[in-house]
Write a protein of this length. Structure first.
Length: 767
């Protein structure tokens, strides 16, 4: 039995010349089967990375065939080398245009797709007519390729698309009979109108797409759901109708459809706290099903989104904590994520089970899993006071394992626990005596040991002698953190056990001051030395000041803002990367398209700032009650107002309170918990505008809570209210560049937020 031909093997480059000779020989290529095999070999060489551009002319001639398979391979070759052989690629245009008029719809679609993919300069005149004909072709395959061709043409020549009626034609094609064509239309409109925030839609368009949702395949449904997630229902009834219509999509077999539906539900109920919480409960079964039914990759993505939901609404998944137990065959990344989620689910009822489960993972063969388990035991003890006794028992038990990295991590967890619960020192510290001698821990573990010795040296019998070895080896210590902690601990212990520490402290200060290679350590040593010279009593007051009980953790405003941004971009890579899309995706406008002055965060509304001399275009899209037979273009554009002459943009109707009742404590209390609604930047017209920011906004009833200058930055905190709804603003002005960045947080309704943002932009642009 003969073996099939082997194409993907290492061939000599000289065989390219042989292929060229075969393609040039009319007698050699009379056999269609042989000709196909030769072209297959060319494609195989391309796959291997061999340069076969020398036979570009011969491949153009080979395109003249009725064999569809051969055409596909030849067109693939032409598209790959067209940019490199742009002068010769013009010769292929005529063949492609002829094929665009072929009787076979597969040939027409293939030729149109290849023609739009050549990426040659000055292609508009050759592509425009085939695209227009393709948009009206009876074959859905050809229409889909024509729609995609509009997006390809926009990337190479945006002015030819925006200056024509192609966008209007695409809107009309939203009522196409084929669902695949509609999917491509939505994607193409989002591509062409990306600078304007994507495709424009209203109630009629959304209703029509939702009623046809089951006609789409899975990825088409995801496209429609992504569109619906950006839509704001006009009433509660409409919102509930849409949610009821999408209810069965939560049970879909495709994970992307489930996640897309989840985003719709979350976005619709974002400003309705009670209903928002009920939606979280409704989403719990499908999310857990997805996490357990797919592969590792799917499980990790779903678990990343569950972590976002847990941070957003604590307590929702607490009863399902056993679903997050680590399996023996889970990969490392999934295990670590499960451990983080598991510690977040601990509460007063289930903490014992979770602590016992985490204790099992401490003996895992992977060091990172063992460390993460111990850290999460510590996190639970800091967050739940009732779990302290059991956590201490587990942490002390970990020390008995005599595993260096386990002991080091356990010491760190116990240090944090003692900072949170200093009253537990009498029962914890005596049990640590045998483990404080193990100074071969890593830097963080060693720093924790030193802190415990300095803080509780009065109840540790040999505390000074535990420090003596580290003081003698001070010059060999590589960690700055350990050196600084050793200085502080020695000073504390000096005021508790001065006779034993007197000489050791002197040696330590001399070593630290003489070493000029580590400036931060030397500065701390000089501070302590001068305090001792000045007044021993004052030095004691500074070093051994009364302890402040540390809470379960600092409330990091930036971390809360980050969680809000990631939640707004649910069902994307943001939960997986744990950062907003603006940190890893950058929109690059096509050539000749001016970049907007106002840069909005991904997922927020986008609006271009008017430039001097421009003809302003104001677009407002409102739902209307038009009959279903109306053209979709009319439905989308029926409320567009185009000003052909410069006109002042009137601010929206919003009545802010003249004297809002918000004091600094109320501002600080609400800022961390209030959702971020938008962040944008603009450049002030001139430096003189800096002095009028507070005055201008105050005239608009947007008052300043506080302001100040830090280096080259000027910070402002503004507030406004209307009908009991709050708007809190943090603004930063970069003095050298005059760039003004504003973060807006609010608990208002969506309509009020939209009106306020337009009102705020109008006020700032007047500067």
């Amino acid at each position: 039995m003969s073996q099939p031909p082997q194409f993907f093997v290492d061939h000599k480059r000289g065989e390219v010349n042989e292929i060229k000779a075969i393609l040039r020989n009319p007698k050699a290529i009379k056999d269609p089967a042989k000709k196909r095999e030769v072209i297959k070999k060319v494609i195989a060489y391309m796959t291997l990375g061999i340069d076969v551009s020398r036979i570009f002319g011969e491949m153009i001639m080979a395109a003249n065939t009725k064999d569809l398979v051969q055409k596909k391979m030849v067109y693939h070759y032409l598209c790959s080398y067209a940019a490199q052989k742009s002068d010769m690629a013009i010769l292929a245009i005529n063949t492609l245009q002829n094929d665009c008029r072929d009787e076979d719809p597969m040939t027409r679609g293939l030729a149109l797709r290849s023609l739009c993919s050549l990426r040659l300069p000055n292609m508009t005149e050759y592509v425009m007519l085939p695209i227009r004909k393709g948009l009206n072709d009876p074959s859905p395959y050809v229409r889909a390729n024509a729609v995609t061709g509009v997006a390809k043409l926009f990337r190479t020549c945006p002015e030819s698309v925006k200056g024509s009626d192609l966008v209007d034609i695409l809107y009309n094609m939203l009522k196409d009979k084929d669902s695949m064509v509609i999917t491509d239309v939505i994607n193409a409109l989002n591509e062409v109108l990306v600078a304007e925030g994507g495709m424009v839609f209203n109630t009629q368009i959304v209703t029509y797409l939702l009623n046809r949702l089951r006609d789409f395949n899975e990825w088409g449904q995801c496209t429609v759901l992504d569109l619906v997630a950006k839509y704001t229902p006009t009433s509660d009834k409409e919102m509930f109708d849409i949610m009821n219509l999408l209810e069965d999509r939560l049970k879909h077999s495709n994970s992307a459809v489930v996640m897309g539906t989840t985003k719709v539900f979350l976005n619709f109920t974002r400003n309705m706290p009670s209903l928002h919480k009920e939606v979280f409960k409704r989403l719990r079964p499908p999310m857990l099903t997805l996490m357990g039914s797919g592969g590792v990759e799917l499980a990790y993505c779903v678990l990343s989104h569950i972590q976002v939901l847990v941070n957003r609404e604590p307590g929702i998944f607490d009863e399902e904590y056993k679903h997050f137990y680590v399996k023996f065959n889970d990969p490392l990344c999934l295990k670590k994520l499960k451990l983080d989620v598991l510690s977040s689910l601990a509460n007063g009822k289930n903490f014992a089970d979770i602590l016992n489960e985490l204790a099992e993972y401490v003996t895992d063969v992977n060091m990172e899993i063992a460390r993460a388990s111990i850290r999460n035991v510590g996190k639970i003890s800091l967050r739940i006071p009732a779990a302290v006794d059991e956590a201490i028992e587990h942490l002390l038990g970990f020390l008995d394992l005599n595993i260096e990295y386990v002991s080091g991590e356990s010491i760190v967890a116990l240090r944090d626990l003692l900072r949170r619960y200093p009253e537990r020192s009498e029962e914890v510290v005596p049990n640590l005596s045998n483990f404080l001698k193990g100074v071969d821990y890593e830097a963080e573990g060693k720093s924790a040991v030193v802190w415990i010795i300095g803080e509780y040296g009065e109840i540790i019998d040999d505390a000074p002698y535990l420090l003596e070895g580290m003081i003698d080896a001070f010059d060999e210590e590589p960690s700055h953190a350990v050196r600084q902690q050793l200085l502080t601990a020695s000073m504390k212990l000096f005021f508790k056990r001065a006779p034993e520490m007197h000489k050791m402290l002197g040696r330590l200060l001399k070593k630290a001051i003489d070493d000029t290679s580590k400036v931060d350590v030397r500065d701390r040593a000089l501070l302590f030395y001068r305090l001792l010279q000045l007044d021993l009593n004052e030095a004691q007051n500074v070093v051994t000041c009364p302890k402040i009980t540390v809470g379960q953790g600092f409330v990091d405003a930036e971390a809360l803002e980050l969680q809000d941004k990631i939640f707004l971009e649910f069902n994307s890579l943001c939960p997986v990367y744990e950062k907003p899309s603006s940190k890893f995706v950058k929109y690059v406008p096509p050539e000749d398209e001016p970049a907007p002055v106002l840069q909005a965060e991904a997922g927020d509304e986008k609006q271009d700032a008017p430039q001097e001399g421009d003809e302003p275009v104001e677009r407002t899209y409102q739902p209307t009650d038009q009959p279903a037979e109306r053209d979709f273009l009319d439905l989308a554009m029926q409320n567009v107002t185009i000003h052909t002459e410069p006109a002042a943009v009137s601010p929206p109707a919003i009545a802010l309170d003249a004297q809002p009742t918000i004091d600094p404590p109320k501002f600080q209390q609400n800022w961390p918990i209030m959702p971020l609604v938008q962040e944008f930047s603009l450049r002030l017209a001139n430096a003189a505008a800096q002095a009028h920011i507070e005055q201008t906004l105050a005239q608009k009833f947007i008052h300043c809570m506080a302001s100040g200058t830090q280096g080259s930055l000027m910070k402002f905190y503004f507030y406004a209210t209307t009908n009991g709804q709050m708007f809190l603003l943090e603004a930063v002005l970069d003095l050298p560049t005059n760039v003004f960045t504003v973060k807006v947080k609010s608990n208002a309704t969506q309509d009020s937020i939209t009106a306020f943002l337009q009102y705020l932009r109008a006020a700032l642009e007047s500067l």
